[in-house]
Design a protein around this ligand. Structure first.
Ligand code: GYE
Length: 355
């Protein structure tokens, strides 16, 4: 501004006018220039705001380090979740320290301890199971580092060790799965349906809640009976092994498979076909997640219903981490919106799932 004013004066002098005239003229021009400059700055701010809503910053501006312990890479859901978090961290200019625990709680605990030693600004993690986090979370609290739970919950003796949970309403997912089954039983006109359940990792939040929501809902319908529940650990290989065992023990009795995730469902389908049954027709198949591969199989008619569980939690995580770094309060529980996909719907225009 100052420099521009001086330059303006020099030009006026060159034009050879009186001193007074020169000063008045100079002020007017400087004033006009200031208005122009202000306008330019406002335009720049507006453009910046429109393109990024003023929220996202570059890495240098945010100067923030987020330590995230991912529990593993057992499913398309998990891989999609990790990718989304990496992508959103870079968009928000947040430096991400990402550690993959390969399905082991002790690796997650070690990772959190490393984040504390490194003095990251915020810690986030997806706990593989609910129990066993008291000590490490107390250490984070003593170090004054806020902790965000992503996807799954913990069960600690002391309260207030974590700030919030960003993740799906698994109980509601179980309810949606059961509600579909009630509708399906009606449309098939069956008076009895025998269900086998393949659950996710024992003692994990999605396993507990998906089972509870499902059981509480089918309890109200005497036609529906769970004859066996087995643990498939959210893994495709385990889903297949569980199904093989279930077919061996129950064979023709099985009317419905309720599987807690797409991977286990896909594993189970191969076994069902190999045993000579048509999944989706001889046996009703209900899954959870909604990854692209499973959606394609649903479209082929081999899965009847998939309850959506979205892994796209990155944006909410970055927004929440930023707030915590700035000392703001955050909501204790943040659930994304979710739906279901089924053979009752026309899915031909469904957008690619992205995971
Ligand atoms: O459904 C499953 C994954 O915790 C919601 O974990 C997540 C579950 C998801 O491995 O596929």
């Amino acid at each position: 501004m100052h420099d521009l004013g001086k330059k303006e004066e020099q030009i006026i002098v060159k034009n050879g006018k009186s001193n007074m005239h020169r000063r008045v003229e100079s002020r007017r021009r400087t004033g006009r220039l200031r208005v122009l400059l202000l306008f330019a700055v406002c335009t720049l701010l507006l453009v910046g705001c429109l393109s990024g809503c003023g929220e996202k910053e570059t890495a240098e501006e945010s100067g923030m380090i987020l330590g995230f312990s991912q529990l593993g890479s057992e499913s398309a859901w998990r891989i999609g979740n990790t990718r989304d978090i990496e992508k959103k961290a870079s968009e928000y200019g947040i430096s991400l320290m990402l550690e993959n625990a390969n399905q082991k709680q002790e690796n997650q605990i070690a990772a959190i301890r490393r984040f504390i030693a490194y003095k990251v600004d915020v810690i986030a993690f997806s706990p593989i199971v609910e129990e066993g986090w008291d000590n490490v979370l107390k250490e984070a609290k003593e170090a004054g580092i806020p902790v965000i739970l992503v996807d799954r919950d913990v069960n600690t003796k002391e309260s207030g060790l974590t700030t919030c949970l960003i993740g799906a309403d698994f109980y509601k997912e179980g309810v949606m799965a059961a509600e579909y089954l009630i509708r399906k039983t009606n449309s098939l006109g069956k008076d009895h349906m025998k269900i086998v359940e393949i659950t996710g990792t024992e003692d994990s939040t999605p396993m507990r809640q998906r089972q509870a929501g499902f059981m509480d809902t089918i309890k109200q319908d005497s036609r529906l009976e769970v004859i066996k529940s087995v643990n498939g650990d959210f893994l495709k290989s385990q889903g297949a092994e569980c199904m093989r065992e279930l077919l061996r023990n129950y064979g023709d009795e099985i009317d419905v498979v309720y599987s807690h995730n797409d991977e286990m469902t896909l594993g189970a389908l191969t076994e069902i076909e190999q045993a000579g049954y048509q999944p989706g027709k001889d046996i009703v198949i209900i899954s959870i997640d909604g990854g692209q591969e499973a959606i394609d199989v649903l479209k082929e008619g081999k899965i009847n219903c998939i309850v959506e569980c979205t892994p796209m939690l990155g944006t909410t995580l970055m927004e929440t981490a930023k707030k915590l770094k700035n000392g703001e309060t955050v909501d204790r529980l943040i659930h994304p919106e979710e739906t279901y996909f089924s053979d009752e719907q026309d899915l031909s225009n469904l957008e690619p799932r992205g995971y």
